[in-house]
Design a binder for this molecule. Structure first.
Ligand code: AMP
Ligand code: GLY
Length: 422
């Protein structure tokens, strides 16, 4: 079967890396892809916002499955267009992608379905936000813009001044901006991935990421500076609770309300003293969590994704993951998460591979025959080991073989587990 993979980041490179290991794959096409994906797939200059062009490409090239990597084309309804044209797509409909696209939608669904999550109030003006904060919440309070915000748009305000600053930013351009005011949850975060075809569920591994740019988890939020899998804090018992109390009721409620969710549900969980609570859903795989999940997934990714897309997930065996730990270190361009410096030269990827790493490209391009940075997060250097400490040592050995003078990386990915002795 021919497959079309949409996206250009480290997540898509990791998906491509696993898809080409599938027995059923003929040609993998990727749009727009990146120089790392180009080693595995035929890159095509397709614009995912041009739905008619995607459908025409699929028909012309006999593509049997479209894998939609990022959230924007999902929220834009590309999966609906493909399904209406009888083309199997891995990724939810526009209505189901509201689980990521609208925080207010998800909070209301949790309320209707009795799913544990932070207490909240939806607001549509500064006055409503101020009233909610004054009457319903104590500090710290969490203030979230409603729509897609690429890891930004969430402020945890610890003081009245921070509340004012967050509301100034939120209402700067739009006096009626939708937002959610939320209770602050305490605990450790973990990510749980579950495939679903709208009815059946297939647990698909766990991970923890490091969202802050600085060592010790300090500084501004990023898309993720590194990750490891599995998340040991999400014990089998807690994972079962998260599935029974959070994911399964979500899938059932979405189906009952006429918006069945098909694809991967990525649940961001807070492990509180009262049990797992939902922080947020994403309607796609995580980046860089996919890089570590794919290193451990032992099944056939194409067959699994196709079964998800075609509503046959119950026919598939449970997903199997190796017992090893996988850990990925993101190398970012100087300036990230502000304005990243473009064009910095990158050399030494062969040495990193020789050192045992798998180098996923996240934001690179070829310039005058050499590899250069073209994004904020540039590479995700990934390795496995018998435990977190071993995976971490292997990943950093590969990182150190790479020469990227105008980039940086955190030196402490996995520190929580190392501190716990993992
Ligand atoms: P989100 O975009 O909803 O994932 O929020 C980004 C980050 O903000 C999360 O990964 C958490 O670290 C933090 N966060 C969001 N909501 C809460 C909450 N209710 N309590 C504590 N931390 C939160
Ligand atoms: N690493 C966070 C995300 O993919 O949303």
């Amino acid at each position: 079967m021919n497959v079309l993979l949409l996206g250009s980041g480290g997540r898509e490179h990791a998906l491509a890396w696993k898809l080409v290991q599938s027995r059923g794959l003929d040609t993998l096409y990727a749009a727009p892809g990146n120089p790392g994906i180009a080693r595995l797939a035929t890159l095509v200059p397709l614009d995912a916002t041009d739905h008619a062009a995607v459908v025409a490409f699929v028909r012309e090239h006999g593509v049997g499955l479209v894998v939609i990597g990022p959230e924007a084309p999902l929220v834009d309804g590309l999966a609906d267009t493909l399904r209406a044209a009888d083309i199997p797509a891995f990724g939810p409909s526009k209505a189901a992608a509201q689980l990521e696209g609208s925080k207010g939608f998800t909070k209301d669904l949790c309320l209707r379905a009795g799913i544990p999550t932070a207490g909240y109030v939806r607001v549509r003006s500064r006055a409503e936000a101020e009233a909610a904060i004054a009457t319903t919440f104590s500090l710290p309070v969490v203030i979230k813009a409603d729509g897609l915000a690429a890891g930004k748009g969430v402020v945890i305000a610890f003081s009245a001044g921070e509340v004012t600053g967050a509301l100034d930013a939120l209402y700067a351009d739009d006096a009626n901006a939708e937002a959610v005011i939320e209770e602050f949850l305490e605990g450790e975060e973990a990510s749980l991935f579950v495939l679903t075809d709208g009815v059946s569920l297939m647990p698909f591994g766990s991970a923890q990421d490091h969202k802050r740019v600085g060592e010790g988890d300090t500084g501004p939020n990023t898309g993720g500076m590194g990750a490891y899998s599995p998340a040991l804090v999400l014990t089998p018992a807690l994972e079962k609770r998260a599935i029974d109390e959070i994911v399964a009721p979500t899938v059932a409620a979405m189906a009952a309300e006429g918006m069945p969710f098909s694809g991967v549900l990525y649940a961001g969980l807070m492990l509180t003293p009262q049990g797992p609570k939902l922080i947020e859903y994403n309607a796609r795989f995580g980046d860089p969590e996919t890089q570590v999940l794919m290193m451990r997934f032992q099944g056939d990714l194409l067959a699994t994704m196709l079964a998800t897309a075609e509503g046959r997930l119950s026919e598939m065996p449970a997903a199997k993951f190796s017992d090893e730990t996988a850990l990925t270190v993101v190398m970012a361009a100087d300036g990230y998460p502000g304005t990243p410096k473009a064009g910095g030269a990158i050399v030494g990827l062969d040495s990193a591979r020789a050192a045992g790493g798998i180098v996923f490209h996240a934001g690179t391009r070829i310039e005058d025959g050499g590899l250069v940075a073209s994004g904020g997060r540039v590479l995700a250097v990934t390795a496995v080991g018998d435990d977190v400490a071993a995976a971490q040592a292997n990943a950093y050995r590969a990182v150190e073989a790479i020469d990227f003078a105008e980039g940086f990386y955190r030196r402490d990915i996995g520190w929580r587990e190392i501190a716990r002795g993992a």
